[in-house]
Ligand binder design. Sequence first.
Ligand code: ADP
Ligand code: MG
Length: 366
Amino acid sequence: MSDSIFSPAFGNRPSTLVGRTLTLDAILGGLDSEPGSKERSTLVLGQRGSGKTVLLWELADRAREKGFVVASPTVASDDMPNRIIEKIQDDGERYIKGGRGKLVGGTVGALGFSVGLQFSSEIQETKSFGYKLLKLSERLEQQNRGILVLVDEVQGSSPELKQLISAYLELVGEGRNAAIVFAGLPGAISSVLNDRVLTFLNRAHKVVLDPLPEGDIDAYFTHAFAAAGVQIAPELRREAARATKGSPYMLQLVGHNIVQYAGESGAVDERVLQEALESSRVSFERDVCETTLAALSGKDVAFLRAMAADEIESNMTDIAERMGVGADYAQKYRKRLIDTGIITATRRGYVAFAVPYLADHLRNNA
Ligand SMILES: Nc1ncnc2c1ncn2[C@@H]1O[C@H](COP(=O)(O)OP(=O)(O)O)[C@@H](O)[C@H]1O
Ligand SMILES: [Mg+2]
């Protein structure tokens, strides 16, 4: 059976965005706040597969509806500043050009533009990223348009990130109608950042992409399976929802595999469900668990392995003992892993895994 409903691939926009209404509203609400206010800079944090990238794309659409010119998600890398300028020019062009290519508001050549939002060659070649961004925002504000910049996969600091933040702070200083949203792994701001980037990101409005509520997932499955022509008993459907552990990526994997394993008949029994869940877990462990572990140091992994011996939560004294290290040493790794969002403190002296299936993955791959 072909599956046009589920899309288990990173960055793929889902046919329905499950359970992020409040998060989106909170970020979009910030766009209405006073220029320069804290709510206009947001940092979205979440594990792999928690839906950061697709949330940014959704924000792009919704912000455009509110009248913002949007630089769609750009990965924090080398060419980021240029890409942001180009994206704002592309998205904002339609507000500058009137019918039949006529320019509206302001004269040709004003503020150093040639046509529409394209800079004159002098500006293009000699001016900095910050200058261009400021000119674009001025030009767009004449048409009552604000600017929203979306940055994906922020990690560590780079000269480009520093450049972007400095330019944004200049816009804020000039009272421009601008906003910025960053997305990254929870560890993105605990790693070695230079002062300016760190200070800015620390002050930003933080939004954590928590696991989706099981009820939301089950409600979505009910509707999505019906649309896909899949017949599944309510208790099996609920088991499928539970197996996602609230991860959007796992939701897509489970949904997709159920449609695949159901085959032409569309009938899902216990055996079909178990096959689909097993296949989903294999993909999730490979794409999320293994990738998460690969980014950690050997000692971090040793700490997690020591935790994996326990069922629900682990006592810090036991962990230190299993690692064969002192309590202070174990504390250091505890803090690092909490910062990355991979584990959480459950109560005094105890920690638990926060990434689904990571404990199973470690147990099965000793
Ligand atoms: N709210 C959501 N509802 C349904 N599916 C989602 C949701 N958020 C993300 N997804 C799906 O989960 C997967 C991972 O999303 P992605 O945005 O790439 O995660 P991240 O950028 O955090 O690694 C994709 O297949 C995407 O379609
Ligand atoms: Mg992503």
